[in-house]
Design a protein around this ligand. Structure first.
Ligand code: ADP
Length: 262
């Protein structure tokens, strides 16, 4: 096709339309690339725990005469299977959020309830390490959307704050009402995030050097779920962190409009 030929064919179309078509194709290709990438990552991430469980099963098989070893290996099998379960749940959740289907029936949501449920989810882990989770700030705030997803997002932030904190520290969950939005902040006094890593932590499967923290059984998917939930609700999530001092994650969501009810 000569350049002139293309120009001739394109000419009758408005330049806006041409641009829109080109953008559409580019976007399609990007979506396809992201999907391929995701499948490759998922396969890789699933192989690790499945491989570990297989090896542990062999170890149990061979250690049948040694009750102490059986106990130890089977305990690790339980830990690995739990991690696998979490991984699969989060992959399903993330692909649901990335799909074109709307989030489950949107409804008015009480922020106080979200915070309470999210904090309860981490209570056992926090207690075990004498970490107190304190809540504060404005009450009676409302947002609009999927209660299940927003709860999961806040629960992820609280779980991270606990996971990446020292024993005997405090996690604060505070709420603030602005004119058009609501902010839910989760503040910890934990290990913090190196400045060069801050932009990457919201990527799928990204974990800051796993060697620097205790084994948390994390999947690297929690924050990408938080980011997607924020985006599908018209909000965002930000982080401030100082390595060795702590982090603050703030989830901002549009405040429920009293006039439109949404
Ligand atoms: P994970 O399952 O590994 O916690 P996330 O997507 O929730 O995955 O978080 C990605 C990475 O960001 C974590 O592996 C951890 O290195 C870092 N991170 C997240 N939250 C915190 C926090 N509150 N303090 C320090 N590091 C954090």
């Amino acid at each position: 096709l000569s350049a002139r030929h293309v120009t001739a064919r394109v000419a009758p179309l408005s330049s806006h339309l041409v641009l829109a078509l080109v953008e559409d194709r580019t976007r399609e290709r990007q979506v396809e690339a992201v999907r391929r990438d995701f499948v490759a990552n998922v396969s890789h991430e699933l192989k690790t725990p499945v491989g570990a469980i297989r090896l542990l099963a062999e170890a149990v098989h061979e250690a049948a005469e040694d009750p102490e070893a059986v106990q130890r290996f089977s305990g690790r099998m339980i830990t690995e299977s739990d991690r696998l379960t979490r991984l699969v749940q989060q992959i399903i959740e993330l692909s649901r959020l990335q799909g074109d289907e709307p989030v489950d029936e949107p409804a008015p949501i009480q922020v106080d309830e979200i915070v309470k449920t999210a904090v309860d989810t981490s209570a056992i882990d926090a207690d075990a390490r004498r970490i107190s989770i304190v809540t504060g700030g404005a009450t009676g705030l409302e947002v609009f959307g999927s209660s299940e997803q927003i709860t999961a997002a806040v629960a992820n932030l609280v779980a991270n704050a606990v996971a990446y904190s020292e024993d005997d520290s405090t996690v604060l969950v505070s709420t603030k009402g602005l004119e058009e939005s609501v902010e839910i902040s989760v503040v910890d006094q934990g290990i913090g995030i190196p400045e060069r890593e801050v932009d990457r932590i919201f990527e799928r499967f990204y974990r800051v050097d796993p060697a620097r923290h205790r084994s948390t059984g994390g999947t690297g998917l929690g924050l990408s779920i938080v980011k997607h939930v924020a985006a599908t609700h018209g909000g965002d999530v930000r982080v401030w962190s100082v390595e060795g001092q702590g982090s603050t994650f703030t989830l901002r969501l549009p405040r429920r409009n009293q006039e439109t009810g949404r």
